[in-house]
Design a protein. Structure first.
Length: 189
């Protein structure tokens, strides 16, 4: 994961529990790592969900909502892997990795951890939402839907639209929150 974060441009990641063994340093911020990455034990794996169920909507969000160009699935992803209680994927752009997504089951203590590393709780959404706003460089959105956690990180420095570098607007923040709520809800059902 550290190698992934080093080149992260537009990313989605889910903070792990505050009780995890620690955090990694990536782009000068703390990003928690899940203590166990399992993909075989939940009901999702039994209904034939795969990592593609997370990656495909993520790629579509980057292309259609963020309007990023020249993006595709990351080479390290196994899109056909079963999606159990944990899953991840990456999106690669023309210069570097443009995204990384994780959604996992088993939240509970993430709020205190997120707030301890600078996330602010946001109201007005259909799920619990936290935002780390470091514009113009990046934002990170984390959501909790039931027992599932989803998060989206967007780095603008090397993310390109047809007209130039990505500008993270308030609309992009709101769209990112709504996307993560929707995809986390879909994955956990």
């Amino acid at each position: 994961m550290r190698r992934l974060l080093k080149h992260l441009i537009v990313g989605a990641m889910v903070p792990a529990l505050a009780a995890c063994s620690g955090a990694s340093i990536g782009n000068s911020d703390l990003t928690p790592e899940p203590s166990v990455a399992t993909s075989t034990t939940s009901s999702i794996a039994r209904i034939d969900r795969t990592v593609r169920d997370l990656c495909k909507p993520l790629l579509e969000f980057f292309e259609n909502e963020l309007r990023l160009v020249n993006v595709k699935f990351g080479p390290e992803d196994n899109l056909n892997a079963p999606y159990g209680t944990f899953g991840s994927c990456s999106i690669v752009g023309r210069e570097s990795q443009n995204g990384f997504a994780q959604v996992y089951e088993g939240g509970g203590q993430e709020a205190s951890f997120l707030e301890s590393v600078g996330f602010k709780r946001m109201g007005g959404y259909s799920a619990d939402v936290w935002l780390l706003d470091k514009r113009p460089r990046r934002i990170e959105v984390s959501v909790r839907v039931g027992d599932w956690i989803g998060s989206l990180r967007i780095h603008a420095e090397l993310a390109y639209t047809a007209t130039g570098k990505l500008d993270i607007t308030d609309k992009i923040v709101d769209d990112s929150v709504e996307f993560m709520i929707r995809i986390t809800r879909e994955i956990q059902q």
